[in-house]
Design a protein around this ligand. Sequence first.
Ligand code: BGC
Length: 750
Amino acid sequence: MILSKNYERSLKIVNFIRISISSNHQQILPFMKRLALPILVALLLIIPTCFVNAQTNADQGTSQKISSIVKQLTLEEKIALLHANGIFGTAGVPRLNIPGLMTDDGPLGVREDVLEGWGSANLKTDSATFFPNGSALAATWNPALSYDYGHAMGEEARARKKYIMLAPAFNIARTPLNGRTYEYLSEDPFLNARLAVQSVKGIQSQNIAACVKHYALNNQEIERNRVSVEIDERAMQEIYLPAFKATITEGNAWTIMSAYNKLRGVYCSENEYLLKTILKDQWGFKGIVISDWGGTHSTIKAANNGLDLEMGSRPPYNTYYFADPLLKAVKEGKVSVATIDEKVSRILWVMYHTTLSTNPPAGSINTAAHSKTAYNIASESVILLKNDKHLLPLNTAKIKTVAVIGDNAIHTHHLGGFGAGVKTRYEITPLKGLENKLDKNTTIKFAQGYRAIVKSKENVNAIETSKADPALIAEAAALAKSSELTILFIGGNRDYESESRDRPDLSLPFGEQQLVDAVIDANANTIIVVIGGAPYDINKIKQQSNTIVWSWYNGSENGNALADVLTGNVNPSGKFPFTFPAELKQSPAHALNAYPGDSVETYKEGILVGYRWFDTKKITPLYPFGYGLSYTSYIYAGLKTDKSSYKINETINATLSVANTGNYSGKEIVQLYVSKPNSAVARADKELKAFSKVLVNKAGSVEVKLNIPVKDLAYYDTKTSKWIVEPGVYKILVGSSSAQINQTTSVTIQ
Ligand code: BGC
């Protein structure tokens, strides 16, 4: 940044005052003491202006450079910047030293290099750290970890010379069947936004653009290329757009990916309302709208309605809508040169923040620090669901024989299915993690229990999976019987949960339930660990098992983190970022027969997505949103707000104490929901408005502060297209899940 002269002068004065006040100089001290306050006040007024000036100067410098380049480019050169010329890249303009853009997939980490046709490039230089999947990250409820994740992935992207990371991905979990639920974050717009904003900031701290995706309403994979979402405006504004808005207005994301589907009959990649009115005009987005791969469907409409860059992976690239056809459309006057110049300027603007940024960070890859970030996320994402017999944490000194059973104890998840994976240098499996962490005198024996084979049929929405194998089950049961303790790993994998198709139902695949029945029958000291990225039907397991742990596709450090939780080195602190239905037809889209649609899918549930539906309709799910246990217990007390009545531009400051009453230090996720009784409009029973993850030491207690800006209580009024905060009494509900409210109070909004 070029510092203005004023700013440098201010810094010198501040420094002088600092040195003078800290010195013991007899004469100068009384004089300085009198002067210090007025000078500091003046400086506080000057410094922000100086920052703004410096920033404005830099911005002006960049925009001058951009307009000078635009003037020098021929129309053909401009068009070359607006479409793919390889799977992940665009052509540059060598004549003017403008490089092509180089993008790459997240969100699991920086994807391995692929050749035309998507085959592996078989390089030795394209490995990267495998980070936990999206719903695992969301289960941490820890925005700081989300920043660390973005930061680490940004460093790796820079080391790999990929300047746009196609991440984070955070479409709302509308149906548990969506094949990409594992990739996305949550069913709640607030949790989504808090995490996604931090990932964007982390990635972009490395001068790598985040590409937030998929904008918008890409909530299923079935028919994703043709389904048209019919949704009322309020549900769209309150549920599906807030996290996108936050990543643009707060996170300053430099790029965004338009979704494959249509909104109200118009493809997202050519949807004027989404791209121009909302994104560019209302949210002030300055960066590039990038199409999803092969998700562009027109030239003139897309160009005039806000798409900036057409990406795809099928040559010949000169036939793309934004290649020769766009050149022709400009020559025929159907797309103006000004429109092309605007797109080119946006692309150059992103380049000046990324590829062409001055003094960029060096980047680094596969570092110990990145492994630590992957470990931290994994260890905070694991959820304890049941611990009735106190089998956990494992009494490692006492247990001499452990049976580890199930394919998921040895399965790796960095690659698999359709869609982006990571060529990681290592992925610690659960079995390896246990071998690393259990006492060396403990004998660990393994039996596979089931085969996890997934065959996709030609129709991408149909899958065939391997069924229960009686011989493997018998072998597993015998091993369980002869061991003191069994840890049984079941769940999904990334072949089963995959982009491009949804799951057919919630049932556990691969005949796993039969294996569970046999193993529990053989040994009651069985801990069930379910690994998955989305809800499964574990009703029977909840009944028959005394100990259940939930884990995820948890990155390079998966096994180490999980073993640390099982052995008590880490107290579990993850909580579900979505509601776990007891059966599919409890879930709103399924209850209302509003899924999977065909060419049209009507979001009949409106704003009642996830727990908003379950709570309002008083339906008891298998596990509520925000649920997760710990090895310790917490008591919430003393909830109060700083005032009883607030004006629209004020913030409600709520405080309470959380005491740890058990034998282990732990992290608790304190959730604050707001409810508006007697509202003039239909409302959800309650909505998450704040949360905090706090460390509470054994026998200790912490004061938790939760702030809610009053404007966050607004609903979207469809008549006036405005956000309205309704006056009246609001209930403040604080608890450890959406179903477990421990403290309540109320406030009045004037
Ligand atoms: C996915 C995107 C991804 C792109 C490039 C598409 O199929 O929907 O999320 O970034 O492919 O791999």
